[in-house]
Structure formats: C-alpha cells, structure tokens
Design a binder for this molecule. Structure first.
Ligand SMILES: NC(=O)c1ccc[n+]([C@@H]2O[C@H](COP(=O)([O-])OP(=O)(O)OC[C@H]3O[C@@H](n4cnc5c(N)ncnc54)[C@H](OP(=O)(O)O)[C@@H]3O)[C@@H](O)[C@H]2O)c1
Length: 291
C-alpha cells in the first residue's frame, strides 16, 4: 500500500526527476507538501518537466528546485554536491533514481562504461559526498532504485569497464546488482547514524528507459499494446520509491530491498557482504575518494 504520509518541511533530492518514475515520484512528493530538488542532466528537459509537474499538482513553485546533475561526469557530481552543501541546511531524503538501460558501448567523462558509471559510480559518489549532510539531517533516508534485472549481471571485478567484452544486458544487470550491494554495504556503514538506506525494484514500467532498444517497425503496434495493457504506469512504478521516502512503516528499516512496498528476498549474490565491501573499496578508488 502506498503511504499517504505528509512531507511538509522535508526536502527530497530526486535524480533523473524529469522523466518516468522520477517525475512521478516528484509529483507524489509535492502532493504530500514536500520540497523537491530535481537533479537532472538536461536543464531544458528539466524545465519542461517542472512546468508540467507544477500544472498537474498546483504546487507553489518555491517547493520545486531545479539543479543540473550529470551522473556521467564526476566533475558535475562534485559541483552539484558543493552547491547543495552550501545552500541546503538539511536533506531529508536522497532518491537515487536516474538510470540508463542497454545503451551502445560508450564511456562517461572519466572513462567508465556508461551503465556502470551512471547507475552505480555516479550515485556512489553523489551519496558519499552528501553523507555528512544526511547525517546532520537524521533521521534521514537514502532510497536506491534498482531492478529485478540485477539477476542478469555479475560483479566481474576483472573487467568492470567492459573493455574486454561488452554485453549491454549484462552491463545493465551488473549496474543494478551494484546498486543492491551498495545498499547492503552502506546500511552496514550507517549503523547508529539515524540515516537509513533501502533499495527497491519498481517492476516493468512504461517510461523512456527503453530508448536505446530497437523494436522492429512491424512489432511496434504489438509492443505498444502489450505495454499499455501490462506495464505499470509511472505513477504505479513510483509507489515503492515514495513509500520508502515517506512512510513511517519503514522508519529505522535499513539494508532491505522492496517491491510493491513490501520487502523482497534477493539472490545471495545481491547480499554478499564480502563482494559488497570489495565493490565499495574499488568504487572509492574509481571515483577518487579514498581516505
Ligand atoms: N522502467 C522500468 O521498467 C524499470 C524497471 C526496473 C528499474 N527501473 C529503474 O528505474 C529508474 C528510473 O528509470 P525510468 O524507467 O523512469 O526511465 P526514464 O524515463 O528513462 O528516466 C531515467 C532518468 O534518468 C536520467 N538520466 C539518464 N542518464 C543520466 C545521467 N548521466 N545523469 C543524470 N540523469 C540521467 C534521465 O535523464 P534524461 O531524460 O535527460 O535522459 C531520466 O530523467 C532507473 O534507475 C531504472 O534503472 C526502471
């Protein structure tokens, strides 16, 4: 069941907030009287989405803040976090929602394979840079949007950048498995801080995520029919994100993965503490935040 908890006085950051699940999450948070920072890579698309969101919700524009964030650029992540730390006295919830799916082989600004770089490393750095602020804002929450397709990936430490071979479905699965291992390790590290972290898998949702997937022209009408009939709407897809961001039912719950607002069991590879810790250590080196 979706929570109806109000969010007055709370500030939430949503990455990838201009489209699909992220945009529907923003609508729901504004309806609960929250204040939302939309972290988006393209200012034009962000402004257009914000206009639609404000007209759909009737929310006052002061409760919606637009900020540029390109998770494929560590420089951009640093600049975004500097700005947030300078201007925001508190952050109550960080929702790591942005994602890219099965793109052709390409690299982020710093040379990481794009899906691993955006879905995992960009959010890894973002969360780490905002951790002190989240701790000062406790009780606060981190919400990580993963996918059931984590089952199709593995953390192959010997080729995290897919330089030896690139399989776009495997790379997406690996990035979403990394989201779950990140959640597991972060939960362990945050014990006793008042900051919780949980992940979710939203189900199959009608969004722009499939933009890189080529569907033959002849199959498009059938695909459209199937997606209209069987896929979740973005609003339905956003329910578990909103539940984890707002609901008192999950206060103090950490390190779990939810589906349809309920905890779900994961394959052992998604909760392997040793792999989670190793991935954390390597990710620190990759994004340059080793202590
Ligand atoms: N849709 C599904 O069936 C499904 C299933 C399982 C999990 N998920 C997960 O749900 C999350 C939201 O996806 P969605 O389905 O709502 O897809 P979507 O409509 O394509 O939205 C993805 C968002 O991520 C943003 N993004 C992509 N690359 C970025 C970057 N480098 N920096 C910052 N933002 C970036 C996109 O910005 P632009 O608009 O500028 O490209 C967009 O706002 C993703 O993490 C996805 O893996 C979705």
């Amino acid at each position: 069941m979706e929570s109806t908890t109000m969010m007055s006085g709370k500030t939430v950051i949503v990455t990838g907030a201009n489209s699909g699940i992220g945009k529907a999450t923003v609508v729901s948070l504004l309806k609960r009287q929250g204040r939302v920072i939309m972290a988006c890579r393209d200012p034009g698309r962000a402004e257009e989405a914000a206009r639609e969101i404000l007209s759909a919700t009737g929310a006052e524009s002061a409760r919606l803040v637009l900020k540029q964030l390109d998770l494929a650029s560590l420089k951009s992540v640093h600049a975004f976090c500097r700005d947030i730390i300078e201007r925001e006295p508190r952050i109550d919830v960080l929702i790591n929602n942005a994602g890219i799916y099965q793109c052709p082989y390409s690299k982020t600004e710093e040379g990481f394979e794009m899906q691993f770089g955006v879905n995992h490393l960009g959010h890894f750095l973002l969360t780490n840079l905002l951790l002190d602020l989240l701790k000062r804002s406790a009780p606060s929450r981190v919400v990580v949007v993963s996918s059931k397709l984590y089952k199709c990936g593995d953390i192959n430490f010997e080729d995290l950048n897919s330089e030896q071979s690139y399989d776009k479905a495997f790379a997406y699965g690996r990035s979403k498995l990394a989201n779950l291992l990140f959640t597991c390790e972060l939960a362990r590290r945050l014990e006793g801080t008042g900051v919780t972290v949980n992940a979710l898998t939203p189900g199959v949702v009608r969004t722009n995520l499939g933009r890189h997937v080529r569907i033959p022209v002849a199959a498009k009408p059938l695909f459209n029919l199937v997606s209209r009939s069987f896929f979740k709407s973005p609003e339905q897809g956003a329910q578990t994100s909103v539940h984890l961001a707002c609901s008192p039912d999950v206060q103090g719950v950490r390190g779990k993965c939810f589906s349809d607002c309920k905890p779900q069991a994961l394959l052992p590879k998604a909760t392997d503490q040793e792999v989670a810790q190793k991935l954390w250590d390597i990710s620190e080196v990759m994004v340059g935040i080793t202590t």
